[in-house]
Design a binder for this molecule. Sequence first.
Ligand SMILES: [Zn+2]
Length: 234
Amino acid sequence: MHPELEALLALQEKDQAVTEAEDALAALEPEERTLDEGLRAAERALEAARAQIQAALDRRGELEGKIASYRTMQEQRRQRLEWVRGAKEASTLMAELDLARSVLAKEEAEFMRSGDAVTESERKAAEAEKALQELREAQAPLREGVAGRREAIIAQRERAVTGREQAAEAVSPPLLGRYERIRRGKAPLALYPLHGDACGHCFTAVPTQRRALIARGASIEGCEACGVLLYAKE
Ligand SMILES: [Zn+2]
């Protein structure tokens, strides 16, 4: 085999190790995303439950104010009743008092229910808080596991990059340039073994004479169709 091709093959191997580490890092992302999404959902549920408490408190306060003003009005009617002289006016006031009493009773019942709503929303918020806490605890070992794997892969990638740099030094600059150009192209790799009498990447037939050169290691030949560099597998 051509001596420079051997150095190139070693470089390609290191590049594949770098790619492998990068793929492994990317593969961790969906796992982390799932954990983050779960956490965000639990946080949103807690926020919504807390907003419900506030809404229930507001409603209760509103009813409280309404009831207080109804009571004041009732008191004013009672006072007026003490002073009225005419029977007709008195009976009108009595009817008003009765009507207002039943309205007030309804509002008071509503006020009691609004208190229950506050209690209920507080219970739900406490549940949501507990659920969030439990999720955090359940996620802790998973997150630790992902972080550990990430660290190991990053170390592996650093080793692969160092190995890659060393391997690149063994290749002459013009050939390295050619290799890099091919790598930026469509083919996943820059070097492919001959597949019978064809290119191992695109399977286009390689002329006999060039195949002979490749087999002897006399020169570095590229595929005429796809441009990858070809070598003969031992
Ligand atoms: Zn080809």
